[in-house]
Design a protein around this ligand. Structure first.
Ligand code: NDP
Length: 339
């Protein structure tokens, strides 16, 4: 069973007199920087990007380049996108690291696949929120907190675990619970949940129900557009997956537990899941993803374009316009065009 740490297991004292440098002021960077500062920690930001740097300045932080941020900080949070991290690490982080510093990652990916290999005289820590950046900030302010996975990959200081827990407390995670994990476990579960095909499952439901004569708007509302499933997942978070079933009718309870078990080929689904795990843990996925990045994202661009032209997207645009929601953008996202 996993070890879970709470507020009483962590001591912010270990951070006194030390500066945390947040590299990258995006989804996670902004939220974690604000939370650490509100917890009494000395924080600076390292960001080369105009929009992020401006936002960090507006939020009242001293802002440096990535190199200066690494030199000025004792504890360095690497909160830039995973795919740009190896190049930024080699160019700006590694040359400015010195013995006794700590590197903190919010994702296990680059350490697991050895795309980033720090020297032996720094601590290598994982503090991976199971929460989007907005939630990291909102739940800190509301006092609920959020779960995270924590791990020590390299303990050069001999203090790596208490340091990780203090940082977890600083960002507000030990309020709900920081779970002891490892970089490779975090990588496996994170990639797995992204790669099991949820969006294609929804699309298959749409295709089959429309084929069966159901109205596309009715189908979309049923499968995700109403937000009913968000409520179900929120109830599962609070009451448990089986506990929340009591909120459903008895017909629904029978359908969800009995009929689906008979109708769906669960052995085949488990086999497919095993293949997803193998693809991740063997390193095959990371190699494929490296090649895709080196080639300039041709497959991602093509599949994104195809998906945005699927009849389900057209139906969603029409419905969301009617419901007064923001219309989905049917063009290729700017970042795919190098923007
Ligand atoms: P973002 O996409 O929000 O970007 C973070 C920052 O990196 C931004 O300030 C961005 O600047 C900057 N940046 C982008 N490209 C470069 C570059 N080439 N050189 C230097 N800086 C760059 O990242 P996230 O906050 O989503 O992710 C950060 C880390 O947190 C990742 O390891 C991710 O896996 C992890 N994580 C993310 C979660 C999430 O909810 N998003 C959840 C848990 C972990 P600009 O905005 O100006 O482009």
């Amino acid at each position: 069973m996993a070890k879970i740490y709470f507020d009483q297991d962590a001591d912010l004292e270990i951070l006194k007199g030390r500066t945390v440098g947040i590299l990258g002021y995006g989804n996670q960077g902004q939220a974690q920087a604000l939370n650490l500062r509100d917890s009494g920690v000395n924080v600076c930001v390292g960001s080369p990007r105009d929009a992020s740097a401006e936002q960090a300045r507006a939020d009242g932080f001293p802002v440096y380049s990535i190199s200066e941020g690494v030199r000025n900080a004792d504890i360095i949070f690497v909160l830039i996108p995973d795919e740009v991290m190896p190049a930024v690490y080699a160019a700006d982080i590694a040359p400015n690291l010195s013995a006794g510093k700590a590197l903190v990652f919010a994702s296990g990916y680059n350490i697991t696949y050895k795309r980033v290999v720090p020297p032996e005289d720094v601590d290598i820590l994982l503090l991976a929120p199971r929460m989007i950046g907005k939630g990291v900030r909102d739940t800190y302010l509301s006092g609920i907190g959020f779960p995270s996975l924590v791990a020590v990959h390299q303990d050069a200081s001999g203090q790596a675990l208490p340091l990780t827990l203090a940082l977890a407390k600083g960002i507000g995670s030990t309020r709900m619970g920081a779970v002891l994990s490892s970089f490779s476990e975090e990588t496996t579960v994170d990639l797995f949940s992204e790669q099991i095909g949820m969006i294609y499952l929804f699309r298959s439901m749409f295709e089959v129900l429309v084929e069966a004569g159901c109205d596309p708007d009715v189908v979309l509302l049923e499968i995700y557009a109403s937000g009913e499933w968000s409520e179900v997942f929120a109830a599962a978070r609070d009451l448990g997956l089986w506990g929340q079933l009591r909120l459903h009718s008895r017909t629904s309870q029978y359908g969800q537990q009995v009929t689906s078990r008979e109708q769906m080929n669960l052995d085949s689904i488990r086999d497919q899941f095993r293949e997803v795990v193998r693809h991740i843990q063997s390193g095959d996925f990371s190699q494929e993803w490296d090649q895709e990045q080196e080639a300039g994202y041709p497959t991602l661009a093509q599949v994104t374009e195809d998906n945005l032209r699927h009849p389900m997207q057209e139906a969603e645009n029409r419905l969301y316009r009617l419901l007064g929601r923001r219309e989905a953008d049917l063009t290729t996202p700017a970042w795919l065009k190098g923007g």
